[in-house]
Design a protein around this ligand. Structure first.
Ligand code: OOG
Ligand code: MG
Length: 254
């Protein structure tokens, strides 16, 4: 039998100590469902250290991300206040294993979302929208994992940065997105790369949380998933993502 709590402790310690571990699936026959149980138990350990859940992230919602990581199924993870990086702030590389960054769109919920909803219903629950970036940092050696592994590892979630919330917001179906390192474009894409429209990722987040017996709460931040492939971070760089008609979000790597 798979020891969910032991695996949760292993991934949680790896994250807390920024130490790479072997893939769980190398040794243990772990299903994606087990992966979600491990994720939930590992997140409970974070809550036990005083962190609070502030939202949910979607993963593999664009082709670019699926191709980069070689996996094709949408995944979701949990966001805590301890993962929040201030817009314009800085991160300390020593707190990460091998971090990457990807350009995203963030939703702020004004109302809860529960279970299967239409894209229109999902959008009606949105209070504001912001340009965002996710800092992903797989706890597995070489950033390599199976679907169950990455789910267990909270979908590589490590940090997220959210720009100024926009209300009202423009049509999100095709906004240009540029991620720059020190002013040099490193990834260029469109918000439309996220499932054709980022609000589809929000509806998916509601459905998948519902299947897990949870709901998306008012005040939560939902990250729609990377619009482009992720880029490895290195010391000293200034990272900025600009989303057409939404504005920019930035941080520095120390
Ligand atoms: C998994 C997380 C995927 C996204 O936005 O698609 C993700 C990974 O790439 O390590 O966050
Ligand atoms: Mg992401």
């Amino acid at each position: 039998m798979t020891d969910i709590n032991l695996l949760a402790k292993t991934v949680d310690n790896a994250a807390a100590q920024a130490r790479a571990i072997p893939q769980i699936s190398n040794k243990t026959d772990i299903s994606v469902e087990d992966g979600y149980s491990v994720q939930a138990a590992a997140f409970t350990r974070r809550l036990g250290r005083g962190e609070h859940q502030v939202g949910v992230k979607m993963g593999f919602t664009s082709r670019a991300k699926m191709v980069q990581m070689g996996l094709n199924d949408m995944i979701w993870g949990r966001l805590s206040d301890g993962m929040l990086v201030e817009d314009g702030g800085s991160i300390d590389l020593s707190q990460y294993v091998h971090p990457r960054v990807e350009p995203e769109i963030a939703f702020l919920l004004g109302r809860p979302l529960d279970g299967t909803v239409t894209v229109a219903e999902a959008q009606a629950a949105v209070e504001a929208v912001a340009p965002a970036m996710e800092i992903i940092d797989s706890r597995y050696h070489n950033f390599k994992f199976s679907l169950a592994d990455v789910v267990a590892d909270n979908c590589s979630s490590s940090g997220f940065v959210v720009g100024v919330w926009q209300k009202p917001w423009p049509d999100l179906s095709n906004l240009g997105m540029i991620m720059e390192f020190d002013g040099r474009p490193v990834q260029i894409g469109s918000s439309g790369a996220i499932l054709g429209h980022p609000a589809r990722a929000l509806a998916a987040a509601s459905r998948l949380s519902g299947e897990a017996g949870e709901r998306l709460e008012a005040g939560w931040i939902i990250m729609a998933g990377g619009a482009t492939a992720a880029e490895a971070l290195s010391p000293g760089i200034y990272v900025r993502t600009t989303v057409e008609a939404l504005g920019a979000v930035a941080f520095t790597v120390d």
